[in-house]
Design a protein around this ligand. Sequence first.
Ligand SMILES: Nc1ncnc2c1ncn2[C@@H]1O[C@H](COP(=O)(O)OP(=O)(O)OP(=O)(O)O)[C@@H](O)[C@H]1O
Length: 701
Amino acid sequence: MYRNPLKKTIEYVKGCGPERAKTLQAELGIFRYEDLLNHFPFRYVDRSKYYSIREIRSTAAEIQLKGQIVSIQDINQGKVKRTVAKFQDGTGTLELTWFKITKWQREKLQNDIFKEIVVYGKLKEFNGNYSIVHPEIETIEDAKQAPQGLFPVYSSTEKLQKKGISNRIIQKMVTAIFDEHIKIEENIPQNLIQHFKLMSREQAYKTIHFPPNLDDLKQAENRLKFEEFFFLNMSMLSQKIQNKAKNKSNPFQLIGDYFNTFYNHHLPFELTGAQKRVIKEIRLDLKHPAQMNRLLQGDVGSGKTMVALLSMLIALDNGFQAALIAPTEILAQQHYNSIVEMLGEMNVEVALLTGSVTKKKREPILENLLSGKLHIIIGTHALLEDTVQFHNLGLSIIDEQHRFGVAQRAKFWRKAKLPPHILVMTATPIPRTLSMTMYGDLDVSIIDELPQGRKPIKTLSKTDAHRLQLFDFMKKEIEKGRQVYVVYPLIEESEKLDLKDLMDGFESVTRHFPLPQYAVGIVHGKQKAKDKEFEMQRFKRGETQILVATTVIEVGVNVPNASVMIIENSERFGLSQLHQLRGRVGRGAEQSYCILMVGGKLNPISQRRIEAMCETNDGFQLAEIDLELRGPGDMMGTQQSGVLDFKIADITKDKKILQAARTCVEHILKHDPNLMLPEHLNMRNFFIDNFKEKVGWSQIS
Ligand SMILES: Nc1ncnc2c1ncn2[C@@H]1O[C@H](COP(=O)(O)OP(=O)(O)OP(=O)(O)O)[C@@H](O)[C@H]1O
């Protein structure tokens, strides 16, 4: 039986013992040898060299200095509290700075005053003065014993320090593990190690903790990043293989009357090449008895609804019902309206079910759904309630805008004898790296082409000083028969204030665009669903020329005649939200405009967002920029960001490594899905050790 010595509990490491083991477990989640080895340094200091303050020239360097603290000051500036110590080394003075210093740290600092100490950390410059923020401090004696060369600095906590588990102690424990000469088994097949010239696993662990130089460190990092992506992909992709083998759905073999009648007689336009390709991909999935789990990505306005409808018609042709679930009522209503309109006279029964459908109307819907009289149901989360029972649900389409986790997707499964096929649609594109990691268990279809004849939307940013010009511009567009959206942010924490902004904005617009010449509508989240729908329909029919709204119109709203989108306080929106909002215009053949109103001076990130919006209409490109600005966790929302907790890899910076690892894993699993080949033995052992529970890989034993 294979035993991994790195699974030994941490207390057996020389210099640890039960007390320290307890603290390491509680504070850093370090239970075993391998956890400590995977507790990588978060930075390194070159300890072969002492700098003198006089010779400091450049910032951003990690430096080490010898000297004394001569004074300490606590400074309160508004909300920001900081503690500044003056540090001298005989050649000059610099500041050591702590923000939010703890009581314990503050006391320790007081103790260190006038003692000979060594400080190290990253050098920063504030108003011409050099300082080190949150430096590490050591006695001269400790410093003498420290490893030379690049010196690892591990993340620490106050508790660890209080319990005497300093950076040095952690270093010593890591060294002790290496001194035990435990073999760190290679877990990546040799041919890949050679092909990518990867550092061996053992060498990489040694180097990441004690790098002899920066080049080796970089190689060790690359190796460990590759490994991390490699096994993440292996777990996702083998999960996918498992699901395919395990989760059966009803095969839809037929293309029959529903699909053909619609395709030949009701199609309002020629499908784009991308729409055709994606339909084919879906059709191929549906034919098989394995459950479809597919992600449909397309830019705003790329025609995802049509793809959804055609897929549903395939389900109907095979005698099954289909469901479409949307994230908001407006969007559900919108899908319902456009699908009913597209189907025209066809004999397809469609119903809408949202939270605000009255009991009286709901009952017959539920009955017809159960009896099979209803073919298609469209709705919101209300569709997930237990009272919603199907006759034979065959396909669920989830228009999700990142709001549904895997667990919620699975809720649909219980509503059918065999799980339905699942198609997930995202409202805006997700960067490839993210969709690979977040939706790695799904197949992906991409609509990367907009319908013909669309003119790129012109996007400009303006300030209040341009307000009158803006009103003139709106008037001209309205004279041409166009319609205008004016959108206000509505952010929950300051809802009242925002609502006031919205109402003030509405009044200002109605003053400049008075009746009877103009009609202005308003929609916001606080209205009843009925009133929202009434206003939306008035705008859709062209009875109002201007719609003042909050972000309730963000996703999916489709009024092709609207060609101007004005976004107030646009700096308060996220990039994907701005792009979604802008996507409400440019849906017809007319030239469309998006005006981003900005107030005051922008911070660099808001500035970059606004610039990006003005530079490009490409949602895939904006998604990449958004990822860089926000980071993956923020972008996907916390509910699903667990998979994004990487130890060392960074999907924004290590795209190439991710792609390479992905390709390798795909290749391996294609040829050896159960990892039975002898050259895969170590990889298999590692995978069983670390991922078996997550993957639930039944073949593995
Ligand atoms: N192939 C096509 N040719 C012309 N118009 C099309 C085509 N496909 C879709 N459309 C039209 O383009 C508009 C946008 O389509 P749809 O609402 O399905 O977009 P979407 O991908 O769901 O985007 P959004 O998420 O922005 O709503 C609709 O008015 C639709 O009728």
